[in-house]
Write a protein that binds this ligand. Structure first.
Ligand code: ADP
Length: 490
């Protein structure tokens, strides 16, 4: 069963039908089914009415003859000559294309217009019922004939035969209705032809209409094919239906995002090339000038070689930072989350950075409101906090301070890295998280910055499902605020 369902799904996937198929089927169903039902109902109700009319007709005629027989004493008076009545019965049977039997009170057939069963006994249900004074009728829908049983009242002198009370015999009439429908068959044939014509007409119309209905989807497909070929500059405005309007808007939104991504990718590539080229250019200049100098003193050689070494360090740091970022950018970027003591991690970072801070007489303060344990990737998280504290030292004044605060509530933990540094001008505040963005290029270069530190920090915090924001006042100081959930939900 499972395999069958899989096969069906596979077949459907390979031969996915056009939207026109259900549309066509639906329209045909809606148009043709009522037409067919109506034809059927009309035919059957007209047939029913005709049969009923015929039965009543035969019943009336036979009732007249039955009354006459009753008055004549057909069954009760053996002295009467019944030849006239018999002829009338035969004529009546011929007119109805049927057969008439007369059954007496002993259930014996005394007259059969087919002259086949005279003298035989007839104890059919209808006959028995009719002896109780009732008219009965039965229609056989399969063989298309009806049976009527009409009581023949006993003759009471002067009384109305229909109300005399006693039944002397029963007239059984059997008549076929087949010939009645010969004409109708012809009509049904014509109706079927008409229905077939209607079907073809509906089919053509439905194909035309579904073609018109689905045209906007073809337009969208054509447009998307152009996008796939690389044309991102056009917008689509297929607004024939509310649905296509919605699709168009969603596509345009996606295109805008794609364009932005493409633009930032190009910017990133050109930034990377530029950043990687800068140290190489410096190295080349240093090397060329050394080579251009004949008999350069040893000290100058040493100084130039030390500068070249610094540039190589810088190049290597940029490459390391870039690799870190690229690794985190991947959709499958791994995060090895485990319970970690945040206080411990921060203390360790501050311990490592203290010697650098001391060089410029910057005070490093750690304020912990509580002991915090949370789900973190310790390596990545340390890198993020390290970048924030390192920046707070780098972009600080002599004799300044850096204050790291740790707090938590029942859901998140919060880290604040505040400094008494140079601050970030309001207009650049949102850009500092961009790759390679630096407010003061020269200063960043001086301090060995690559412009990638905050981009890495933000990526790490986002990987932990947290958030980061910055508040700053130029010349007063900067505060970075980080919020990360205590429990990491995959
Ligand atoms: P960099 O390697 O240049 O430090 P970052 O990505 O770490 O790169 O920071 C980007 C820029 O943001 C820095 O060049 C600097 O201009 C600014 N910046 C970052 N942190 C601070 C801070 N604490 N105080 C002032 N400016 C800062």
């Amino acid at each position: 069963m499972k395999i069958r369902r899989k096969q069906i799904r596979e077949f459907y996937r390979r031969h996915t039908p056009s939207i026109k198929v259900p549309l066509v089927l639906f329209c045909i169903f809606i148009c043709m089914v009522p037409l067919l039902i109506q034809g059927r109902v009309l035919a059957s109700s007209s047939r029913q009415a005709q049969i009923e009319r015929r039965i009543i007709d035969v019943q009336n005629q036979c009732q007249i003859v039955s009354n006459k027989m009753s008055r004549n004493g057909y069954l009760t008076n053996s002295m009467v000559d019944n030849a006239g009545t018999d002829a009338e019965l035969s004529m009546l049977a011929d007119i109805f294309n049927g057969r008439i039997l007369i059954v007496n009170s002993g259930f014996k057939i005394i007259k059969d217009t087919f002259a086949l069963s005279e003298g035989k006994i007839c104890i059919a249900n209808e006959v028995i019922q009719s002896f109780q004074g009732e008219n009965t009728s039965k229609y056989d829908t399969q063989k298309h004939y009806f049976v009527l049983a009409i009581p023949i009242a006993e003759n009471v002198q002067g009384a109305d035969p229909t109300v005399s009370g006693k039944t002397a015999g029963v007239m059984v009439v059997t008549a076929s209705t087949e010939s009645m429908f010969a004409l109708e068959e012809g009509l049904i044939e014509k109706a079927s032809l008409y229905q077939l014509m209607m079907f073809v007409l509906v089919l053509i119309l439905v194909f035309l209409v579904t073609g018109i209905i689905t045209k906007p989807f073809d337009t969208i497909t054509l447009f998307l094919n152009r996008v796939a070929e690389g044309n991102l500059d056009e917008d689509i405005s297929e607004e024939s239906y509310r649905e296509t309007k919605r699709i168009s808007r969603a596509v345009n939104r996606t295109l805008r995002t794609l364009k932005k991504v493409e633009q930032s990718r190009q910017e990133f590539v050109s930034n990377v090339s530029h950043e990687l080229k800068t140290p190489i250019t410096s190295i080349r200049v240093l090397a060329d000038s050394l080579m251009g100098m004949e008999d350069a003193p040893k000290e100058l050689y040493q100084e130039f070689m030390s500068d070249i070494s610094d540039e190589i360090d810088r190049e290597s740091k940029i490459i390391d930072d870039l690799l870190t970022l690229v690794k985190m950018d991947k959709a499958s970027a791994e995060i090895n989350v485990a319970q970690g003591n945040i206080n411990g991690v921060i203390e360790m970072i501050l311990k490592r950075l203290r010697p650098i801070a001391r060089k410029r007489n910057i005070e490093l303060i750690f304020e912990s409101m509580r002991d915090v344990t949370a789900d973190i990737d310790e390596v990545k998280f340390s890198l993020a906090v390290n970048n924030l504290v390192e920046n707070a030292i780098k972009y600080n004044k002599e004799d300044g301070w850096v204050r790291v605060t740790l707090d938590a509530d029942h859901k998140f933990f919060y880290i604040k890295v505040a400094d008494s540094g140079i601050g970030i001008p309001e207009e650049f505040k949102d850009r500092v998280f961009e790759r390679f963005y630096r407010v003061d290029k020269a200063r960043s270069r001086e301090t060995g910055g690559t412009g990638l530190g905050l981009a890495i920090t933000k990526n790490v915090i986002l990987m932990h499902h947290g958030g980061i924001r910055v508040e700053s006042a130029e010349g007063v100081g900067t505060t970075f605020m980080v919020r990360i959930p205590l429990i990491y939900i995959h």
